[in-house]
Design a protein around this ligand. Structure first.
Ligand SMILES: Cc1cc2nc3c(=O)[nH]c(=O)nc-3n(C[C@H](O)[C@H](O)[C@H](O)COP(=O)(O)OP(=O)(O)OC[C@H]3O[C@@H](n4cnc5c(N)ncnc54)[C@H](O)[C@@H]3O)c2cc1C
Length: 336
């Protein structure tokens, strides 16, 4: 009933009860779930999932986040379950199309923006560093699309959102491990989720390789998994899989590729929406500075590639509006 947005407390169903997520922004998840369902639902279902997703930060997360998640997870097809989208051929196809649209000659990769300058309250120059050296470009607009710590380094705009990191490996196997696509682990295990991509997109598309993502969120760089090198991570994952799946044969593993990033997911703690960074930083920083990174409103209640694209559109709309309001100001946003 919670998933269907129906409050059944008191025996009389009340529909669309959880429409206004902002009402639950300051409510802790545990108190909310125990009040609206039962203690058992929290202890046996939600708490293990929250442990896997937020570790010891779980008590800081808001019921608004939970309801937002439950809502879109609740949009199910009765016969086929959760509706998932997959860009045929992978996200590389979207990136290729974007590069074509912008023109490869207008893009510099492997380049780090190290400084933004402002003149009379307007952004005026951007400094970027690459293997070829450091160059400063004149600009009249900039969209910062990074994590907020980079925004702060570049502009001084502070953001109090905390992030957790991820260690995530792709494991290629000769045979399938799971009979499902996405398995959240509520058991004692070194990982929080096992996602067998080739139970969603057929293995034939990958030359018969069965691809499994093994992921764990990291709250603190002192955690053992964060300290481990690639070989040790491989061992941790494979022995964890052996414990859960006695039939698993590690001989079936062809290769393991591991990635780590210290900031991958915001901790959606109570009061989160007050910490979101606005798209237009004209007033807070300087005219012509926009933000489309992970701390944007579009990345709530969950971050996604879709959210990143929405944030880009939100900035583009504001730039177009500004251009329409001040015709004659030629924009070079994003080109430098
Ligand atoms: C394990 C895991 C699984 C996920 N699964 C999914 C999923 O199934 N579906 C989904 O939709 N989303 C998923 N996500 C979330 C998704 O990956 C992110 O929401 C998305 O990539 C965010 O895009 P972005 O462009 O805002 O940020 P990013 O992709 O992080 O891009 C920011 C870029 O800015 C660059 N940068 C940083 N500093 C500078 C600088 N000073 N100068 C120039 N460039 C700089 C970085 O190198 C980076 O390339 C997952 C994330 C994780 C960690």
């Amino acid at each position: 009933m919670l998933v269907l947005d129906v409050d059944v407390r008191g025996g009389v169903p009340s529909f669309d009860s959880y429409e206004r997520l902002e009402d639950y922004e300051d409510v802790p998840i545990e108190a909310f779930v125990v009040e609206h369902t039962t203690r058992g639902v929290y202890d046996n279902f939600f708490e293990p999932l929250l442990d896997a997703k937020f570790g010891d930060r779980k008590d800081d997360v808001s019921a608004a986040w939970l309801l937002g998640r439950v809502k879109f997870r609740g949009e199910r097809d009765i016969l086929n379950g959760e509706i998932l989208g997959y860009l045929d051929g992978g996200f590389g196809r979207l990136l290729d199309a974007l590069v074509d649209a912008v023109g490869p000659e207008n893009i510099e990769s492997g380049t780090r923006v190290t400084d933004l300058e402002t003149t009379d309250g307007r952004v005026s120059a951007l400094t970027a560093e690459s293997d070829d050296g450091t160059r400063t470009h004149e600009v009249d607009g900039v969209v910062v699309a990074t994590m907020p710590n980079v925004l702060e380094e570049l502009t001084g705009y502070p953001c109090d959102i905390d992030f957790q990191g991820t260690v995530c490996s792709v494991v290629s196997m000769d045979e399938s491990l799971l009979d499902t696509y996405w398995l959240n682990i509520a058991d004692e295990a070194p990982f929080g989720a096992l996602i067998e991509h080739t139970n969603f997109v057929p293995a034939e598309r990958y030359g018969g390789e069965h691809l499994l993502y093994v992921a764990r969120y990291v709250q603190d760089p002192a955690e053992a998994i964060w300290q481990q090198d690639d070989d040790a991570v491989r061992e941790t994952w494979l022995s964890g899989i052996e414990d859960l799946f006695p039939d698993f044969d590690r001989e079936s593993v062809d290769w393991v590729r591991t990635a780590r990033n210290p900031r991958t997911a915001p901790v959606y703690e109570r009061g989160y929406l007050d910490m979101v960074v606005p798209y237009d930083l004209g007033e807070a920083v300087a005219e012509g500075v926009y933000y489309a990174g992970m701390a944007s409103r579009a990345q709530y209640p969950e971050r996604s590639l879709n959210g990143a694209i929405v944030a880009g559109y939100e900035c583009a709309d504001r730039i177009t509006e500004r251009e329409a309001a001040a015709p004659g100001v030629e924009q070079s946003v994003g080109r430098e």
